[in-house]
Design a protein around this ligand. Structure first.
Ligand SMILES: Cc1ncc(COP(=O)(O)O)c(C=O)c1O
Length: 465
């Protein structure tokens, strides 16, 4: 594949910043006032909280974006599907749109049909009848639900512990609400390990304990994990639970990929461990469950003492979640069991995973085989590229993974995401060894991507470790 370059004006950071903030400026107020006569485009200084949590920074999504990559580049970077939700779910959405009530406000707790469907589907997994009035909250995607929990529970300066690599939205969601992220890295398998799985990414419990200060208020546990694919073991979760109990932490169990657990792994819900129900909020997402990420339907499950303050927060943030698609998500959960939907979907994802892992095996490249979620972390240490390759400014000065992912996108025609983005600056070197390839794409797309990825063979030079 030919090297295709964007024009310099398209690749400078200023291009992206201009695009991202075309209506605001980061100019200090005094200078803005001085220039007021000349330039009236940015009279009002925006909130300083936007300077926190990398909210103003150019993120990976805007760099490795279809707009900046060659038109025919296959997008395995972004973690959304290129296939439709099941027809019987979208039909329920259509029915809801043709019915009067679901076109109007829902109760801020969520539509009763969806809350009842969540109780019926999830109650047995929590070994309890969930109270649909006080223990379930429907949110505008998992993301808004998580934001609302932070709003409801964080005081200025409260610390939130998160394992790295972390889902990048946690960071601004925590800091916008006055919280301070505290990072604890998962330790990756060494480069010399053959056939590593996501279980080889481990927690150093001494390190975790040391990270907990008197200001610690919450810990986020994402299992199955994005981007590692790790399904936390019962022993690991028991260790985290013991620390949560000892230091009185609220646990946010981000389980949005709970329907994608492979290889006979057990998905353990930390909320079910002894004493944990009262201090855990479990997060779910219809977007992940039903291939409907744009619908923005999620839910929180937990003790009333967690759900009720969060309801107060979400009511002031969004008031309620869009109504017709709540009906559709309800239909999804109501019928999933009878249709064996999640079993079938899991098999489909296994086939998708295999297409990627087969090509990496063929190339002799190391990767982490994910036991959950839909990402493969490719160890890119053995992928070589010319140092003088014409990288855009947005990639220069970042980790080696930024360059490798850019090079692979332009030379091979498959985009991925550099994993150092999901680390704090001090730990970014851990992530630099990996590129994240999403396999939530249809089989044809993945096969085409695999054929292209075979072209990596000429850039492989093994390093000794
Ligand atoms: C770990 C994790 N949590 C939460 C979310 C947000 O889910 P939703 O799209 O339902 O807001 C995502 C989405 O990628 C995710 O990967």
């Amino acid at each position: 594949m030919q090297t295709r370059l964007l024009s310099t004006t398209q690749t400078t950071p200023f291009f992206f910043i201009r695009r991202l903030f075309s209506t605001v400026s980061i100019r200090p107020m005094a200078q803005a006032n001085q220039n007021q006569a000349k330039d009236r485009s940015n009279l009002i200084p925006f909130s300083s909280r936007l300077r926190e949590g990398r909210a103003l920074a150019q993120d990976v999504w805007s760099i490795y974006n279809v707009a900046n990559l060659p038109a025919d580049c296959i997008n395995l970077g972004q973690g959304y599907m290129n296939f439709a939700p099941p027809a019987w779910v979208t039909e329920a959405a259509e029915t809801a749109l043709r019915t009067v009530a679901p076109n109007h406000y829902s109760h801020p707790k969520g539509r009763i049909r969806l809350r009842e469907a969540i109780n019926k589907f999830y109650g047995p997994m929590f070994n309890r009848e969930l109270d649909v009035e006080s223990e379930i909250l429907v949110t505008s995607g998992a993301n808004e639900g998580q934001y609302s929990v932070f709003t409801a529970f964080l005081e200025q300066g409260d610390e939130v512990i998160m394992f790295e690599p972390f889902f990048d939205q946690y960071l601004p969601s925590v800091t916008f609400n006055g919280g301070k992220p505290v990072y604890v890295p998962l330790h990756p398998p060494s480069h010399s390990m053959n056939k590593a799985t996501s279980n080889d990414w481990t927690i150093d419990f001494d390190e975790l304990r040391r990270a907990i200060t008197p200001r610690a208020k919450m810990i986020i546990v994402n299992t199955p994990h994005n981007p590692v694919g790790k399904v936390f073991t019962r022993t690991e979760l028991e260790g985290i639970a013991a620390l949560a109990e000892e230091f009185n932490l609220l646990v946010m169990a981000d389980e949005v990929y709970d329907c994608l657990v492979f290889d006979g792994k057990e998905h353990v819900r930390i909320a079910n461990l002894p004493g944990m129900w009262e201090r855990t909020v479990t997060v779910g997402s219809a977007g992940k469950a039903f291939a409907a990420t744009g619908w923005r339907i999620g839910w929180l499950i937990g003790h009333p003492s967690i759900i009720q303050p969060t309801l107060a927060a979400t009511t002031r943030i969004v008031f309620c979640t869009n109504s017709p698609l709540q009906e559709a998500a309800a239909a999804g959960l109501e019928q999933a069991k009878e249709r064996k939907f999640f079993e079938t979907q899991r098999q489909e994802y296994l086939e998708r995973r295999k297409i990627l892992t087969d090509v990496f095996d063929k190339l002799g490249l190391k990767y982490t085989k994910p036991e959950g979620s839909y990402f493969v972390l490719l160890d890119i240490s053995d992928v070589n590229f010319p140092e003088d390759y014409p990288f855009p400014q947005s990639v220069l000065g970042r980790g080696r993974d930024f360059k490798a992912c850019w090079f692979i996108a332009l030379e091979i025609g498959v985009s991925s995401i550099p994993v150092s983005e999901f680390y704090c600056e001090d730990h970014a070197n851990i992530g630099e060894a990996f590129g994240r390839f999403a396999f939530c794409k249809d089989v044809d797309t993945l096969r085409k991507a695999a054929t292209r990825l075979e072209g990596l063979s000429k850039y492989i030079k093994r390093i000794d470790t």
